[in-house]
Ligand binder design. Structure first.
Ligand SMILES: C[S@@+](CC[C@H](N)C(=O)[O-])C[C@H]1O[C@@H](n2cnc3c(N)ncnc32)[C@H](O)[C@@H]1O
Length: 220
């Protein structure tokens, strides 16, 4: 029996959302971040994080920092570690174009503005960390640390970061993933086996009903 699969309806598919959005800083007037998420999922993600009350957040896939901004502003005093192999100093041309259009400036400028205005020292960027080329020891150590942790996976190959790193979470830690059923699903290599260690979060019902790509799980 695959525990975490139990609530997933058969033939479920995410809706074709426009994922490239901007988000305004709650605290820094006039500052916006760019993110690749459905905005409707954010209040539910926020509630789940409030209930879980993690002592640290680990984000895989910083992108241009929009989701990092969202996660940081839920509690500006909570440590947040965000990993990416290159961040968006040199992004895919498609993203670069979107950021230019959406934010009216380049990725580099957008990231610099966030760095300079909206983030504090609780946000630690590791922008030169290829998570998949090998198991990164410092990332594993971060996940194993005795602090209630929320790990959110949104980099390039979700099923691989899932199977490489989520096993290091401790009992009670929360795991989140984006692009459910478009980039990761139970039938992908190693995912079903890993999911035996997790139970689905009750808030998944909202994501499923609204055909959103976020999923949350709690380590048993
Ligand atoms: C979809 S974007 C992240 C978007 C961000 N979470 C948001 O919503 O704004 C995916 C990111 O994963 C990063 N990435 C892809 N493969 C990676 C790898 N092997 N290691 C680390 N980061 C990777 C890319 O550089 C890119 O910035």
């Amino acid at each position: 029996m695959i525990k975490a699969d139990m609530n997933e309806p058969e033939n479920w598919w995410p809706r074709q959302s426009h994922l490239r959005r901007q988000i305004a800083s709650k605290y820094t007037k006039g500052v916006t971040g760019f993110l690749e998420h459905e905005l409707e999922s954010l209040p539910v993600l926020e509630d789940a994080i409030r209930v879980h009350a993690p002592e640290q957040i680990v984000e895989f896939g910083t992108g241009v920092g929009g989701l990092t901004l969202f996660l940081h502003e839920l509690d500006k005093d909570r440590p947040l570690y965000t990993f990416d192999k290159k961040v968006m100093w040199n992004p895919h041309p498609k993203i670069k174009r979107y950021v230019g259009v959406v934010l009216g400036r380049g990725c580099k400028e957008a990231m610099k503005e966030l760095h300079d205005t909206a983030f504090n020292e609780c946000v630690v960027f590791d922008s030169d960390c290829d998570l998949l080329i090998k198991e990164q020891e410092h990332v594993v150590e971060r996940l194993k640390i005795k602090k209630r942790t929320f790990l959110y996976c949104d980099n390039g190959k979700k099923y691989r970061e899932f199977t490489m790193y989520a096993k290091y979470l401790k009992s009670g830690d929360m795991l989140g993933v984006h692009d459910w059923k478009s980039e990761i699903s139970f039938d992908m290599e190693g995912v079903a086996e890993l999911m035996l260690q997790f139970k689905p979060h009750p808030f998944n019902a909202f994501f499923i009903k609204n055909r959103l790509r976020t999923r949350l799980f709690i380590k048993e």
